[in-house]
Design a protein around this ligand. Structure first.
Ligand SMILES: C[S@@+](CC[C@H](N)C(=O)[O-])C[C@H]1O[C@@H](n2cnc3c(N)ncnc32)[C@H](O)[C@@H]1O
Length: 268
């Protein structure tokens, strides 16, 4: 959109110049203003809650939500339940990621590897899934299922509550399904995830909806609103690329590193 504006207006010319000034104001909003994806919640309301101070965000102190309890190994059968793929339309998540041969994907909070296993086939033998969990019992179950299915490109990683132990700058995709709300130390985890992304790195975040009724079968502490997620992720250095609402009960957010974040951190 182009528009030429003469700003040297005398008072009598001002009224004639008003349309041009309005045009300039519109141009500024379009060019300088934040994207609709960053600023609008799924309920259509303006979200300014994530416009917090970047320096406060680095230690995670901007996140005041009480995390949910971590699902124990006893929950493994629920993760592998028959009909889950159809019920959650999980293939759509992997499709949205458009994985390529050779991609390195971190599945943080992998559990039994319900997502790691199909993704391992998608990235091919030159690609790799870094399957991270804080419970050795989950990694054991994942290992057994991979062996049974002949999958050899899944690398189990025993993470810590504040550190997924990923290689810095070495991850093309991070997938988080139904786990972010469980992070006991979300601030340090967000910082470590940001550090691990490759230059083209993206994060796919799947969380049950708190808004509306589609996530009502899930305990409230295991659900999140768009507003909550953005208010935690944007100050931590992530930019929303897409918000996909095509899953039956869950939000699917796609994030990348905020291009301005290094400057905000004082590293540039
Ligand atoms: C509800 S399960 C989801 C598993 C898997 N993403 C799925 O959808 O099938 C959450 C898993 O995240 C793990 N978890 C919780 N906090 C974690 C953290 N900080 N780092 C890595 N894994 C974590 C738990 O141990 C559990 O296995």
């Amino acid at each position: 959109m182009m528009c030429a504006v003469d700003l040297n207006l005398r008072p009598r010319e001002l009224s004639r110049g008003l349309p041009a000034l309005l045009c300039l104001a519109l141009l500024l909003v379009v060019c300088v203003g934040p994207t609709a994806a960053q600023e609008t919640s799924s309920d259509g309301s303006h979200d300014s809650s994530h416009e917090t101070n970047d320096s406060a965000a680095r230690d995670g102190s901007h996140i005041t939500r009480k995390p949910a309890h971590v699902m124990g190994v006893g929950g493994a059968p629920w993760l592998e339940r028959e009909g889950r793929a159809a019920e959650e339309q999980s293939a759509l998540v992997i499709k949205a990621m458009e994985l390529r041969d050779g991609d390195v994907v971190a599945d943080i909070g992998c559990g039994t590897g319900f997502f790691s296993r199909p993704m391992a086939r998608q990235v091919g033998p030159t690609g790799k899934i870094l399957a991270v969990d804080i419970q050795p019992g989950m990694l054991e179950l994942l290992g057994r299922l991979c062996e049974k299915e002949g999958i050899t490109n899944v690398e189990p990683i025993l993470g810590e509550t504040a550190d997924p132990k990923l290689p810095a700058g070495g991850v093309d995709w991070i997938l988080l399904v139904d786990v972010y709300h469980e992070f006991q130390e979300p601030g340090p985890m967000l910082a470590k995830m940001l550090e691990s992304l490759s230059p083209r790195g993206r994060v796919a975040l799947v969380e049950y909806r708190k808004e509306g009724t589609t996530g009502k079968h899930i305990k409230p502490e295991h659900t999140m609103t768009v507003r909550e997620v953005l208010s935690e992720w944007h100050p931590a250095g992530f930019e929303l690329v897409d918000l996909l609402e095509g899953l039956p009960s869950q939000h699917l957010f796609i994030f990348r590193r905020r291009p301005d974040y290094a400057r905000a951190e004082g590293r540039e």
